[in-house]
Design a protein around this ligand. Structure first.
Ligand SMILES: NC(=O)c1ccc[n+]([C@@H]2O[C@H](COP(=O)([O-])OP(=O)(O)OC[C@H]3O[C@@H](n4cnc5c(N)ncnc54)[C@H](OP(=O)(O)O)[C@@H]3O)[C@@H](O)[C@H]2O)c1
Length: 331
């Protein structure tokens, strides 16, 4: 496992991050401790969580797992969505989102569930159309100065939203944004057009999620009976919609054939492909069991040449460039 400096921060993170979205949901507490141990043994030092996951249970389980060695791990969590414990939940304006009232409440609840007095990276889980970024960022800046969080992250933000946030932090001398968290895999490549070039230009860290496209790139749905396969696509409507298009089946099948023909486990190869984009700090991997996670952890052992990455990239369409006239040379 390699460790790289995270963007402009002074911390080093492993080249894989363990996601805990399945903790307390598909994985019970006993399985979570096996997943956690496997990740830690492989050298992972950064763990991705959110207050939303399993209605707060993911944070509770992760909090127990890190307790004996809190200082050794980079702990992250997120806020935006309402969690069950709030009276009124999403029905009242401050029961969700990035407004000051909700962020204060959400962070205090996360600290309690994680049983810690600080979060290393605190993410806004998504952009909030109903709240100014000034309000959210001034609140997060207060959290940094109170010692409750060390770094600020943004997840699912468009490039313009990120740059707007950067402008606000610079104008008011607020704590800077350390990292972003977009979706990225061979089937969902939108972030290649604006977000990843921006991240390189700004030297901001990038933790990309869903490197296996929610399980599609494992190849398990490449079968006539895909509706019968055990997995998220048949359990969660959102994922069926996200990855349900016919062209996605074709790309997944071609990718799995390519991996097998060239002697790679498709799971390890799909993750290695995201990992070796120059903007990526670490893909966030995850699974419902330690057994599932094995092949994902092996992604760091694949030597990814520029040629191999290009061959894999050619199996799906790159997104349109962000601006026209990209064929012109400027030199
Ligand atoms: N910021 C955000 O909005 C956001 C959104 C999503 C995720 N995340 C973070 O990113 C992490 C990873 O995301 P993800 O779970 O979508 O990643 P992913 O790598 O795309 O999908 C992981 C899923 O693939 C399936 N899988 C993995 N290995 C397998 C194997 N060996 N055999 C069969 N199936 C296998 C499992 O799902 P099934 O068994 O159910 O098929 C597993 O849960 C999450 O834990 C979370 O921390 C963040």
């Amino acid at each position: 496992m390699k460790y790289n400096r995270l963007g402009n921060t002074g911390i080093k993170v492993s080249q894989l991050c363990l996601g805990t979205m399945t903790f307390g949901a598909e994985a019970d507490e006993k399985e979570c401790s096996k997943i956690y141990a496997a990740a830690k043994d492989k050298g992972i030092n950064i763990f991705d969580c959110a207050n939303l996951y399993a209605g707060g249970n993911s944070e509770k389980i992760l909090g127990k797992l890190i307790k004996s060695h809190r200082e050794e791990v980079v702990l992250t969590t997120k806020a935006y969505f309402p969690v069950d414990s709030y009276a009124g939940g999403g029905a009242i304006s401050w029961g969700r989102g990035l407004n000051r009232t909700h962020l204060i409440r959400a962070l205090d609840d996360s600290l309690k569930r994680l049983n810690t007095d600080y979060i290393d990276i605190y993410y806004m889980h998504r952009f909030d159309d109903d709240c100014s970024l000034e309000e959210s960022l001034s609140t997060l800046n207060d959290f940094v100065h109170q010692g409750k969080i060390n770094y600020i992250g943004l997840s699912n933000f468009a490039a313009w939203q990120y740059m707007k946030a950067v402008g606000i932090t610079k104008m008011h001398n607020y704590a800077p944004i350390a990292c972003i968290q977009p979706m990225y895999n061979l089937l969902k490549r939108q972030c290649e057009s604006e977000i990843l070039p921006m991240a390189i230009s700004e030297n901001v860290g990038v933790f990309s999620y869903s490197p296996l496209a929610g399980g599609v790139l494992t190849g398990k749905y490449v079968t006539k009976n895909k509706d019968k396969v055990d997995g998220r696509l048949n359990e969660m409507e959102m994922y069926k919609v996200r990855y349900g298009a016919k062209h996605i089946d074709n790309i997944a099948e071609n990718f799995v054939n390519f991996a097998n023909k060239n002697g790679f486990d498709p799971i390890s190869l799909a993750i290695a492909w995201t990992l070796h984009h120059p903007a990526i700090s670490a893909p966030i991997i995850g699974g419902r069991s330690a057994e599932q996670l094995k092949a994902s952890l092996n992604a760091v052992d694949i030597e990814m040449s520029i040629e191999l990455r290009e061959k894999i990239s050619n199996l799906s369409n790159a997104p349109e460039t962000a601006t026209d006239r990209s064929e012109e040379t400027t030199s």
